[in-house]
Design a protein around this ligand. Sequence first.
Ligand code: DSN
Length: 430
Amino acid sequence: MHTTQADALDAMSRDLLTLLEKQDPCVAAAMALEATRQTDTLELIASENHVTPAVMHTMGSWLTNKYAEGYPSKRYYGGCEHHDVIEDLARDRAKELFGCRFANVQPHSGANANVAAFMAMCKPGDRILSLPIKSGGHLSHGLKPNFSGTFYEIHDYELDPDSELLDYEHIAQRAGEVKPHMIICGYSAYPRAIDFERFRAIADDVGAVLMADIAHIAGLVAGGAHASPFPHAHIVTTTTHKTLRGPRGGLILCDDPEIAKLVDRKVFPGSQGGPLMHVIAAKAVAFGEALQDSFKNYATQVVANASALAEALQALGYRLCTGGTDNHLLLVDLQPRDADLTGADAEQWLEAAGIITNKNGIPNDPRPPMVTSGLRLGTAAITTRGLLEDDMRTIASMLDRVMGAQGDASTTEEVRQQVRELCHAHPMPH
Ligand code: DSN
C-alpha cells in the first residue's frame, strides 16, 4: 500500500484493502487509487462530501445480507427485529433533525425519493410547475427523458433574467396561468436562499401541492444555516450524502399522516423492493452525527467558506451568477473573465492540478451542457476537512492561476504541489 494513502486511511479501511489485495487485486488496485485521489485532491463538487469512518463502515457491514421488505414490525421476511430497531432509529432521528412528524428513510437515492413523492402526490398527466434543469433545477423535476417529464405535464418557471434570482411574482403569475397540481422548489445549482413560506403562499393561491427538494441544502437546514421547508412544504425530499454528509441515499419527510401513508406505499411496494438496510443504518449514524452541536458549527462554516470563496473570486474579476451566494455553492460565469474559457476546459485543467469541480450551465448559457460557460463550486467537502476562510482565499488564487495559465504544465504542477500540501495539512475524516 502506498504510504501516503495508508497514513490517511482509518484502520478498517486499511484492513479492507489488505483483504482485497489478496482476494481481488484488480478491485483493490482501483479502490486504492481512488482513496489516494480523494486524499490528495480538493473536492469542490457542490454535491459531494467526505463521510466519517463510522458512516462509511456501517455501509460496508453484515446488514447488507438481509431482506427487510415492508416497514418496522410489518415485514415480509423473518429475522428483521434488529433491522426494525435500526430503521426506527433512522426515522426518529430524521424527524428530530428536520422538525417534522414523518420520515421514510428507504429511498435508494434522491431521484428515487422524487419518483415516490410524485406518485404519492400526483396522478400521471398532472400539471407540474418547476424550474428547468438549464436554469438550475434537477432532471427529476421534469426533464423530458426522465420519468417526471415522461409521465407528467411539465411547465416551467424561470429565474429573473437580470438578477438570476427566483422571481416570486413571476412564479405566482405562472402558477395562475398553469394551475399546476404541484409546484416544486429546491435546486441543484441555485446559490441563494429559498423562501419556502412564499412558495407555500403561491401554492395555496392556486390549490397546488408544494414539494421542496432540499437535496443540496439538507445539511444547512439540519444545521440551522438555511430556513426549514417545514411547516410550509407538503412534502420534502432530499438526498442524504451532500451537505448532510451521510451515505449515498434518499429521504422523504412530511407532517401530514395521510401524506405519510401515501409516501410509505409509493416507496414500497410502489417503486422499490427491498430496502438497503446497510445504507439505512448508515443514515441513522449520519443523522446522529448531524444532531450534535458540532454539526451546527459545520453548517455555519460551510456557508462562511462559500461566502469567502465568492468574495475572493469576485476580487479576482470573476462574475458569480446572482452576484454571490447564501448557501454552500457558487456558480461562476467564466465568460466575463475570458470569453473563450469554457466550463469543460476549466474542469479539466483544474482536475490536472488536483482541484475537482464540475462544469455547469449558467442561466441562458449559449454553450451546450457538455461544454458550458460556467463552473459550479461547493464548500461542503473542504469544510469537512477543516478548511477555513483564509484557505478559501488561497483556493481562489489557485483556481485563478490554473484557469489563467490555460493548462500550462509548470503552473499546473506548482498548484498541484500546493494542493497536496493543503490536503496533507487537512486530512479527510479518519
Ligand atoms: N447530481 C446532483 C448534483 O450534482 O447536484 C444532483 O442530484
